[in-house]
Write a protein that binds this ligand. Structure first.
Ligand code: TXE
Length: 456
């Protein structure tokens, strides 16, 4: 049985039977059969089902937000934000799929006609994460379903109730039971799913697990996409409005209790404004309300996973032992049964410290003084990851120059911790392989078929 607990106080909120080798195989077989019919269902009908899914999200938004908050500990306002943000993503896919996947004539000399058609991959495995289960899940299953694929969806074991709510809504909207099947369980069920002869694997999660998944499917000629972690840096130039930059970056570092793959995880500040920026940043963080996630006024809730508390304590101890200054927080919060950590700011950090190298995935940030652009750029690129990176400055050319030389899938000027459905979401190195979102993130669930037509 899978125990679902509330990370705020450790109470068990549900006990669910986990999928087994047999049930995973049965769901695969059902998906394989159902996908053939789904692929030839007119696109208009597939679009209609996703439109009804969107309407269901709107209709049940408060209930869905409450379920999400209860099992991952996301502050209730942020749960509603995620669900409202999902609507814009669905709208993008609804607006763009038909023209992105329409057959295209690319050559015609009267004798030879060349066209490109998009065909669905077939049955895909989607193994997902818990920190933004609606965003991270829908980035895959909405375009995949619209393109005519069947989806075997395994939500994270930390967001299973949400995964089941998604399945219920999709089925009520007209997506056939076998075309979208939810698998319940943790890594072991993920491993069982990868044994099935699927046509594509789309994973979101940590680098370590992504590497294991890549090894598990090695040698199989199928599409593999890995959306992994990040250690996202931001450089603050000396010409900024210090208070505004500090407020923006404190939010970028601590929103969703810092559990966002694209949250700001490292900040480099020009020496001329470093002390003023650190003061403003610490003031912002000390103003964040830590509290029960179901409370409307809460900004920082519990960590979703208990093991993160130990990791954050290790990051603080390691940094302080190597000369960092603890400017705010730094300790677990003692709330019975829950996994809580104080919003933490470390100053005088350097790249010998784990907190500047390893993904913290919590409400903690290191701030390092730099002498100027060259040092900032060197430090920003000194990482195993490459998800996002940002620069705060009034000077557009300076931002352009820096961001064109930083190694990341997404770059930000005077903003951070932001994902747009119109832009490809991708990472380099340990941040992953492949992409979701944008029209590329629709095509990725299809394979192009090239037609060479000679009329005789
Ligand atoms: O990951 P895990 P989590 C990253 C984020 C952080 C991590 C947190 O940076 O590092 O995800 O998510 C299943 N074979 N991103 O803790 O543990 C497991 O059951 C098959 C980046 O969930 O890697 C879960 O469903 N499956 C992202 C899923 O893998 C296995 C945005 C992820 O688990 C498995 C969000 C195995 N051997 C989070 N072991 C981005 N870049 O957009 C576990 N699983």
């Amino acid at each position: 049985m899978l125990s679902i607990t509330n990370p705020s106080n450790g109470t068990v909120i549900a006990e669910l039977p986990e999928d087994t080798h047999e049930t995973v195989h049965a769901k695969y077989k059902g998906a394989r059969v159902a996908q053939a019919a789904w692929a030839v269902t007119p696109l208009r009908r597939r679009v209609g089902a996703i439109e009804r899914f969107r309407a269901g999200i709107v209709q049940h938004l408060d209930h869905l937000a409450a379920v999400l908050t209860s099992e991952v500990g996301k502050p209730i306002k942020q749960s509603r934000n995620e669900l409202n943000g999902l609507l814009g993503r669905i709208d993008f896919f609804l607006a763009e799929t038909e023209k992105t996947l329409a057959p295209r004539e690319v050559f015609n000399d009267g004798g030879m006609v060349e066209t490109i058609h998009h065909e669905p991959l077939g049955v895909i495995a989607n193994i997902s994460a818990w920190n933004y289960p609606y965003f991270v899940g829908a980035n895959v299953f909405v375009p995949a379903l619209l393109a005519g694929n069947a989806v075997l969806y395994k939500p994270s074991e930390y967001a299973t109730l949400t995964g089941l709510e998604i399945g219920k809504l999709l089925h009520a909207s007209g997506i056939p039971q076998d075309v979208f099947a939810v698998l319940v369980g943790g890594g072991r069920v993920g491993i069982e799913l990868l044994k099935e002869p699927v046509d594509g694997v789309f994973f979101t999660g940590s680098y370590g697990t992504g590497k294991r998944i890549a090894e598990a499917v090695a040698g199989r000629m199928i599409k593999l996409q890995l959306e992994l972690g990040g250690k996202d840096p931001t450089y603050v130039c000396e010409d900024v409005d210090v208070a505004a930059a500090a407020a923006s970056l404190a939010d970028g570092a601590m929103y969703n209790t810092g559990q966002s793959c694209c949250s700001v995880e490292r900040i480099y500040v020009h020496e001329r404004i470093h002390d003023a920026f650190v003061d403003a940043f610490v003031k912002e963080v000390q103003g964040f309300k830590v509290g029960e996630p179901a409370d409307e006024s809460t900004y920082i809730g519990p960590l979703t996973r208990s093991q993160q508390v130990k990791l954050l304590s290790m990051h603080v101890a390691d940094a302080v032992a190597k000369g960092a200054k603890l400017l705010a927080g730094g300790r677990p919060l003692d709330r019975p049964g829950g996994h809580w950590f104080e919003p933490t700011v470390l100053g005088n950090v350097n790249h010998d410290m784990a907190v500047m190298r390893e993904e913290s995935f919590g409400p903690i940030i290191g701030i390092q003084k730099v002498s100027g652009d060259d040092e900032a750029l060197r430090l920003m690129n000194d990482t195993d990851y490459g998800l996002t990176a940002g620069v705060y400055t009034k000077d557009a050319l300076r931002a352009q120059r820096l961001l064109s030389r930083v190694n990341a899938g997404s770059v930000y000027w005077n903003c951070c911790d932001r994902v747009s459905p119109r832009l490809p979401w991708s990472g380099l190195k340990h941040s992953g392989v492949g992409l979701t979102l944008s029209t590329f993130g629709i095509e990725t669930f299809t394979r192009p078929k090239a037609w060479h037509l000679r009329s005789v």
